[in-house]
Design a binder for this molecule. Structure first.
Ligand code: ZN
Ligand code: ZN
Length: 274
């Protein structure tokens, strides 16, 4: 058993390829369960400003679900398919998020913080906005936002936990809010994702780092695996590395979600040829 719970879809403007290609790739890589997690509709923007870039348009949410439900039945003997969303969290917009959160009985919702105020801090287009800012302050602000998101209780899995490191900007030592965010996860019973897309980004390491994985393990926080695939070839990418890292951090199991409840499954053995 092995699950990839962070997979994007052509319903958001930024992912390529057909669902069935994603499924084929997962089968080839020995993945037994996938979760689709398209970017949520941009509920946080005025209707006129919403785009389909990095978001499923609100009017296509129903279609997104129908398409995956169809695949779920079609591939029921080959692949478990879960239906989720990657939800942006923006403080103060919780009520606007509710129609999306309550739209469907999602298997899980990923909690993502991609915005600090209106700064999309992980978008390479706005990398210049790091200039002149105190990196520690960015991390503090980020984790405080994460903590607020966790405490809503709306989400099951924390996505790319240490995302501000994407371009290599790091504080000299971890800010205390990092640990507070892990404690918030523990308290609310949320899982933490190990996201392999960081290996493909300038920082060249998984989200979160090994250090944070060790802390999460010590706190008894369960983990899920996610590739953050935006194209079929990225499904399950570098999962061998992720599994080795998880084991090194002390994990023997990962979590699988259905209807927002999780079960643990043993991490597979990694083939020595890899
Ligand atoms: Zn994301
Ligand atoms: Zn994503």
């Amino acid at each position: 058993m092995l699950c990839d719970y962070h997979i994007h879809t052509h319903r958001c403007g930024d992912a390529k390829g057909d669902y069935e290609e994603y499924i084929q790739e997962a089968v080839q890589k020995g993945i037994t369960e996938i979760g689709l997690s398209g970017h949520c509709p941009q509920y946080f923007l005025p209707k006129k400003e919403r785009t389909r870039q990095c978001a499923i348009p609100e009017e296509e949410l129903e279609l997104y679900i129908q398409e995956i439900e169809f695949l779920k039945r079609k591939y029921q003997d080959t692949m478990n398919i879960r239906i989720g969303l990657e939800m942006d969290y923006l403080p103060g917009k919780e009520n606007d998020a509710l129609p999306v959160i309550n739209f469907y009985s999602w298997d899980y919702l990923l909690l993502s913080v991609h915005f600090l105020g209106d700064w999309a801090f992980d978008n390479p287009q706005y990398i210049h906005l790091y200039e002149g800012k105190n990196i520690e302050d960015i991390y503090r602000n980020y984790y405080r936002t994460v903590i607020q998101g966790i405490r809503t209780g709306y989400f099951q899995i924390m996505a790319h936990f240490d995302l501000p490191k994407k371009f290599g900007f790091r504080p000299s030592s971890p800010v205390e809010e990092e640990t507070e965010a892990l404690l918030a996860c523990q308290k609310i019973g949320m899982a933490l994702e190990i996201n392999t897309s960081g290996l493909r980004k300038p920082v060249r390491e998984t989200y979160p780092s090994f250090d944070i994985l060790q802390k999460a393990h010590a706190l008894g926080i369960p983990v899920t695996l996610g590739s953050d695939a935006h194209q079929p070839a990225e499904v399950g990418k570098d999962f061998d590395q992720a599994i080795l890292l998880l084991r090194k951090a002390g994990f023997t199991h990962a979590a699988q979600f259905e209807q927002k409840k999780y079960h643990l499954y043993p991490l597979p053995a990694i083939k020595s040829s890899e």
